[in-house]
Design a protein around this ligand. Structure first.
Ligand code: DC
Length: 212
């Protein structure tokens, strides 16, 4: 099974790079952040407090989740747009800090890769928890102002200051939580993408995969 693990903070270039790398290698791609966002969306929609551990864990175990490259469906409802919205973005760190939710997401992610004989998975804990034995483990970073600029360019309705503040808050929560905090995994190599184009990053990673 060939698994490529790509982790890093928001705006480090993970999604674009993982998508492009998967296409180049003929592998499928999984955005695991979209899974945590989808659970958050489902909780808000059902009026469940995202901070309420047990009900959110139960939701994570029972919800019908379909995450593909083009669409995210939650219990059959298209949530592709809503999962990127401000309400979900604000609450998702609470859901991602829920240990029961994480156990279930990790189980689903391993199942996804096993069914496909591998794939490119992108998130925060892929190399540290989900697939510590991945063929290649990458930790992408970029300077905070570069990451905020990239995010601000994606979300047209929010200004740079708001995006930067929101991102700094989420980084702190993701790095500071008790269960599977964002960190550089053992055996992962760190790549600062601040001054690199997407083509350069993908080419760099593809070269490393040829070497393994
Ligand atoms: O990559 P993103 O911004 O869509 O991630 C959404 C949230 O989910 C973010 O706060 C970090 C969290 N996350 C996580 O804890 N573990 C993952 N494997 C992926 C995302």
């Amino acid at each position: 099974m060939k698994v490529i693990a790509i982790d890093g903070p928001a705006g480090s270039g993970k999604s674009t790079v993982a998508r492009r790398l998967a296409a180049r290698l003929g592998l499928e791609y999984l955005d695991t952040g979209a899974m945590y966002r989808a659970i958050t969306f489902a909780a808000l929609r059902r009026g469940i407090d995202p901070a309420d551990l047990e009900p959110v864990e139960h939701l994570a175990r029972t919800v019908d989740l379909e995450v593909s490259t083009t669409q995210v469906r939650v219990d059959g409802v298209d949530a592709t747009i809503e999962i990127r919205g401000p309400e979900v973005s604000r609450a998702v760190s609470l859901v991602a800090a829920n240990p029961g939710v994480r156990t279930e997401m990790v189980r689903r992610q391993r199942e996804w890769a096993t069914e496909r004989g591998g794939g490119v998975l992108e998130g925060r804990d892929i190399g540290s928890v989900v697939f510590p034995d991945a063929a290649l483990k990458v930790y992408l970073t970029a300077r905070p102002e570069v990451r905020a600029e990239r995010r601000a360019a994606e979300v047209s309705d929010l200004d740079y200051e708001t995006v930067a503040a929101d991102m700094a808050r989420r980084d702190a929560l993701d790095q500071g939580r008790d269960t599977a905090p964002l960190r550089l995994a053992d055996g992962a190599f760190e790549l600062d993408t601040s001054d690199m184009s997407v083509d350069e990053i993908v080419a760099d990673l593809a070269r490393r995969i040829d070497d393994v």
